[in-house]
Design a protein around this ligand. Structure first.
Ligand code: GLC
Length: 708
């Protein structure tokens, strides 16, 4: 086979530009003309372009994908195979919990397993690259794509981005059951003003680096093959034509040498942003900034001709981009196996197989977060259960990025209960007061299933109100007025406003969109077959007026000292507490853990000395439980403001009732560093506070001093 340089040397300008163009599977399957994941544009590639475009985006069955690719390879005159890319975010046919839910397991092995299985299933259907992980840090639940994120913490964002890349790529992107990973959306897409989709993003470079960069950076360090540009601006320049972002930061500083792909049509959208006069100017600006593949705008193909590229002195940019695309295909092994991994029989055997379902169920169990429990949970099998609420019977529990997942293949809560030893009242129409009343008084425990629909989360689903459906809130009040013990189960892709039920429900369970095995995981938790262990990775506000509200905020010059601080001139609201309804790291167990004996190996640290932190955790309850022990720091004095808390490590430990264990952590000066502009990341002398506990509101504290 020719080397990349030999291939490149033999290619015409048109062949090169075709390699830099990606079109939707819609154009290869005439009967499918729906919008895939973005607007279908006025540009329709002709046959020649379709069967020579460097990459295809979309999903088909294994059989249909074989048809498309065989036809492509037969018609392709360039002798270069296409690479197939798709959004395989949290499962392919076996659907795992949405990423925000999975991250609440605080279990990197769970995330790696979910991505591994997604890759095994998707590769069998001919997908080569996944547009995942989404590593955008988020602080605003009004934005619908928080469902796809890790939440508000940079450390967790990095850990889970690494785990996802490991799962998808499995150390060998040429393997038939691997997917190359494309981390997205570079950079800062998770911070749109007012939580409004595609809105302006504006932050200092220091905040970008200290909070938003870690997920992308760790994905790159884990070897992800592609990076996708974000729709938004970074310091007033759209990411898709931002040379500082894509050349200086991404390639020079982070050392990324893989493929940069634009998000859907974002090259064309440089015109709407007002930084490009027309498609030609947009194409040249994106090329100059270092975008290698144009997803769906068609402008690279239409306008990057020999003249324009030469006139703009962009010949080298063009050749470097094409070379990166060819190297990606080479690393994927596509020159030797253009249909890499595609295997209808393997797909038939593996998609939604029992082993994959079991894995999805385990991950779902770990992702559920118990928010309130007055003892009603777990439900004793002697109790008669009634299921009520607007989502009582729904099978729409896969979430919004569910690929080939099918709602009807999702286990509902009712079906799960019916398969278990418990007394369950028949299906009721919760909206019919008469029927509802009869059922309500006939049950010992009422479960009200509420939240939002899976299609009101994900891309283009920003909301200004995050309240639960009024009918469900009224139902909970009515049941409680009747003295009926009530558990509220919430299905959502984001933190909804739960304060109006949190104080009256006997139990409150955040059940996200848990995927194919949702009902089984939930029923086993509610009946006590498994214990809850989920911890929030995104703060739950009391109301929308508090947003953005996140744990790792700066102190401000007039901090409110505590909840009782009634002094006028402090940073507070006059109509609401500053505190969230449920804080970062929070989640209840079916038992109780006690923390004691926080010890530091030193109170005075110098240079590279290592600080050992030890704490004893004791299960003082009556059941086994898995505790997520969290380690935070606070830099008390620094030349720039520092967050009130920063997560630096965590450990999960399973303890039987009465068992205790000493948990050790280690910190070095590097863990204490902050971004100091020209000086890069440095640690300044001063005092630090170590905090260890079960969430940001419940920690033991000790101070130490660090000096050069
Ligand atoms: C969408 C999303 C991006 C996705 C891409 C391809 O607009 O922003 O996350 O990967 O288009 O579907």
């Amino acid at each position: 086979m020719k080397t990349i340089n030999e291939l490149l040397g033999a290619m015409t300008a048109v062949q090169k530009v075709r390699q830099m163009s990606q079109f939707s599977i819609n154009f290869y399957q005439s009967e499918i003309q729906t919008e895939l994941t973005g607007p279908l544009l006025g540009f329709t590639p002709d046959d020649e372009l379709r069967f020579s475009a460097g990459s295809i985006i979309g999903i088909l069955s294994a059989e249909m994908m074989r048809e498309v690719l065989e036809k492509y390879n037969q018609k392709n005159s360039d002798g270069i195979p296409a690479v197939v890319m798709a959004d395989v975010i949290h499962g392919y046919r076996t659907i795992f919990p949405i990423p925000l839910a999975m991250r609440c397991s605080w279990n990197c092995e769970d995330v790696e397993l979910a991505c591994r299985i997604a890759a095994i299933e998707a590769s069998a259907c001919g997908i080569h690259v996944t547009f995942a992980p989404m590593a955008d840090l988020v602080r605003d639940p009004r934005w619908g794509r928080v469902m796809e994120s890790t939440g508000e913490d940079p450390y967790l964002n990095g850990k889970f981005a690494e785990a996802a890349v490991r799962g998808f790529q499995n150390g060998d992107v040429a393997a038939p059951d691997s997917l190359a990973s494309c981390v997205k959306h570079f950079a800062g897409y998770g911070a749109p003003e007012a939580g409004r989709e595609y809105n302006t993003v504006d932050m200092s470079e220091g905040v970008l680096r200290e909070f938003y960069l870690s997920g992308y950076q760790k994905a790159i360090e884990a070897g992800c093959e592609l990076v996708m540009t974000a729709f938004n601006t970074v310091d007033r320049v759209p990411a898709t034509c931002n040379s500082w972002l894509l050349e200086t930061l991404l390639r020079s500083e982070l050392g990324f040498d893989g493929v940069v792909i634009s998000d859907w049509n974002s090259i064309d959208e440089l015109i709407a942003h007002g930084v490009a006069q027309n498609g030609s100017a947009a194409a040249l600006k994106a090329l100059r900034a270092g975008v290698d593949i144009d997803m769906m705008s068609g402008h690279y193909f239409k306008y990057l001709d020999e003249n324009s590229v030469r006139t703009e002195a962009l010949v080298d940019h063009l050749n470097e981009s094409v070379a990166r695309v060819l190297r990606l295909k080479e690393r994927l092994g596509l020159f030797h196996a253009p249909l890499k991994g595609l295997d209808a029989h393997r797909a038939e055997t593996l998609l939604l197989c029992a082993e994959h379902r079991e894995a999805a169920r385990k991950v779902a169990e770990d992702s559920i977060v118990l928010l309130e429990n007055d003892g009603i949970l777990p439900i004793h099998e002697s109790k008669t259960i009634g299921i009520f609420g607007s989502l009582a019977e729904t099978d729409r529990l896969l979430g919004n990025w569910s690929c080939e997942g099918k709602n009807e293949e999702c286990v509902t809560l009712r079906r799960a209960f019916e398969g278990r030893r418990c007394k369950l009242l028949g299906q009721v129409d919760s909206t019919d007061p008469g029927v509802r009343d009869d059922q309500a008084v006939a049950c010992d425990v009422a479960i009200v299933v509420t939240g939002e629909d899976q299609d009101t989360t994900g891309e283009s689903t920003s909301r200004t109100s995050l309240e639960l459906p009024e009918q469900d809130i009224d139902l909970v009040k009515e049941l409680r007025r009747k003295g009926i013990p009530t558990i509220v189960v919430v299905h959502s892709g984001r933190p909804l406003m739960l304060e109006r039920v949190s104080g009256i429900a006997n139990g409150l369970v955040q059940a996200w969109f848990l995927g194919s095995e949702s009902g089984n995981a939930l029923a086993d938790l509610l009946l006590g077959r498994i214990s809850p262990q989920g911890r929030l990775t995104m703060t739950f506000p009391r109301n929308v007026g508090q947003i953005p509200i996140y744990y790792n905020a700066y102190k401000t010059g007039r901090p409110k000292q505590n909840e009782d601080d009634s002094y006028r001139y402090v940073s507070k609201y006059i109509d609401c507490s500053n505190s969230p309804l449920y804080p970062f790291g929070y989640g209840l167990l079916y038992t109780e853990m006690d923390y004691s004996g926080l010890k530091l190996s030193k109170k005075h640290l110098r240079g590279d000395e290592i600080l050992k932190i030890s704490v004893t955790v004791c299960n003082i309850g009556t059941r086994e439980g898995t505790e997520t022990v969290q380690l935070y720091i606070r830099d008390e004095i620094c030349s720039v403001v520092r967050p009130v808390m920063e997560l630096k490590a965590f450990q999960k430990v399973n303890l039987e009732a009465g068992q205790k264990q000493t948990i050790d952590f280690w910190l070095t000066a590097k863990d204490l560093a902050f971004y100091a502009g020209q000086e890069g990341w440095i640690t300044e002398e001063g005092s630090f506070t170590v905090m260890v506990g079960s969430d940001v509101a419940h920690t033991l504290k000790e101070e130490f001093f660090w000096e050069e």
